[in-house]
Ligand binder design. Sequence first.
Ligand code: NOJ
Length: 559
Amino acid sequence: MKITDTSDVWWKTAVVYCLDVETFMDWNDDGCGDFEGLAQRLDYLAELGVTCLWLMPFYPTADVDDGYDITDFYGVDPRLGTHGDLVEVVRTANDRGMRVIADLVVNHTSNKHPWFRSAESSIDSPYRDFYVWRSDPPPDTSSEVVFPDKENSIWQLSEKTGEWYLHRFYRQQPDLNVTDPKVRDEIAKAMGFWLELGLSGFRMDAVPFLLETSGTDRAEARRLPDPHEFLRQLRSFVGRRTGSGVLLGEVNLPHPQQAQFFGGENGNELTMLFDFLSMQYLYLSLARADAGPLAQALTARPKVSPDNQWATFVRNHDELTLDKLSDAEREAVFAAFGPDPSMQVYGRGLRRRLPPMLDGDPRRIRMVYSLLFSLPGTPVLFYGEEIGMGEDLDLEGRMAVRTPMQWTSGVNGGFSRAPKRRLRRPVVSGGYGPEHVNVADQRTDPDSLLSFMKLLIRRYRECPELGWGEFELLDQPHADVLAHQCRWEDGTMVAVHNLGAEPRSVPLTLDGCDSTHRLEDLLQDGSTPLSDKGKAELRLEGYGYRWLRVTSADSRRLV
Ligand code: NOJ
C-alpha cells in the first residue's frame, strides 16, 4: 500500500457529509430546500473539506417518514428539482473534489408505490409477490417494531384481500420481498440508474431488515437460501458499474453480525458500516468521564478486510440510539444528556444534537469532534454539526434534529426567503437560533467551531494513518483519558483526549521510538521530545485534546 492508493480507495480517507436537500438551502423561495440551493452551497462544503456528500432521500415520497417512504425509485421529488438539477449538482460537486452518494431505501416502498397499490388490490397481482404476506392472523410482534410510538405489530391487515403484509417500520412502509428474483433485479436496476447519473454509491438503509426472509414462507425462503449472497451480488454489481462506488450500510448489530455484513474475511459485501457501537459507548464514556467503554468498543471491533472500512459518527438524522447499552448504561446517558422525557424517544434514544447535550460547553464539543476525527475510520458529519446547531424539541420525534440549515443571522437563518409559515420546517429559535449560530459569522471568525472543524478535517486528510492504519490503545494511568495511535506505512499518529474536567499529565511510551523521535503537535504549535526509551509526558487541560505526529530526524513528512 502506498499514498497513491488513497485516491483509488478514496472512501477510506473520505469526509462524508449527510444533508437533506429539503432543509439545506431554498433557492426558489417556496420554503423547501432544493437542488439549486444545494448547488449554491457546494463551494462552502468543498471549503469545509468535505469529500463525499450523502444525500438523504430525494425521491418522490408519500412523506410519512420524511422521504424514507418512496413512491418511485427512479424519480426526483419535484419540490426539490428535476433529474437535470441533480445531475448539475453531482457534476459541480465532482468538479470541487466531492463525490455524491445517496440513500438507497429498498427494504420497503411506500404503500402508495404503484407496486404496492397493485399488490394489495388482488392476490393475483403480478406484484403480489413483491411484498411479504400471510393469510393467518399474526402473533404478537409488539416487541419487534422499530417505531413503538406508532406501531404495535410488524403485520398490517390489508382489507382488500384480507391478508396481512410485513412492515418493519411504519405500516405505510410495506417490506419488499427479496426472495423474489424480480425484486432483486428491480433493486439492482434502480441502483444502476443512479450510478449512471453520476452517483458514487449509496448509503444503504436498514440492511439487516432488507436481507431478512423470516416472514416469508418456506418455499419462498428456499429461493434465497443465503440472503448475504444478494449483498455480494450488489457489491460486485456496483464495482462493475463504477469501479470505485461504495455501499455504506446501516447495520446496527453486535460485532459478529456486523462482520458478516462486511462479508467476513472476504470483505465482499458492504464496503463500509456505520460504527453504531463505538458511537453508543462514546456517549457512555462522556457521561461517566471514563474512556473505558469507548476503548473497549474500539478494541472489540472485528478486524475487517482491507477492502472495508468503519464509518464513524457522533450524531445522525435519527434518534441517538442507545439500544446496545444495558438499561443501567442507557439510564446514565439519559441522565447526563437528556433527562427530560421530552428529549427521549422510543425508550432507547435521544432526539438532541450534541452541543445542547453538552450544555454548549465549547471545550467538550471540540474535544468530541477532535475525538471523532482521530478515531480509526471514515468520519461522517450530519449537516449543521460543523457550526454547532441545536435541536427543536417542539418538533415531533426525530424531526427535532432535522431543522433548516442556519446560514446567516437574517430572516429564516438565510435558509429561505419564503414567509416563515411556508417553511418546510421551522428554524431553531433561542440560544441555538441563527442569531447566535450561523455559517456567515463563523466563516470569518478564526476561533469559531467552523474554523476548528476545518482544521480537524484538513489534519484528518493529511493523516491517512487514521483511515488506513493499525489502531492501538496506549497505556496510561488516567481513567478519563483515551490515548491511542494509528500507524500506517512509516507514519504514526498519536491522539490523546481528556474526557474529564480535571487537567491531566499523561505519561506515554511509544514502542520503537527513542530520542531521535519527536512528537509534533498537529492542532496547535509545539513539539515534544521523546526520551531514549520513547517516553514523553503530555499535558492536557480539562476536556483537552492533542494530535501528535511521530517524526524522526530524517522524516521528510510536512508537519
Ligand atoms: C433508517 C433511517 O435512517 C430512518 O430515518 C428511517 O426512518 C428508517 N430507516 C426507515 O427507512
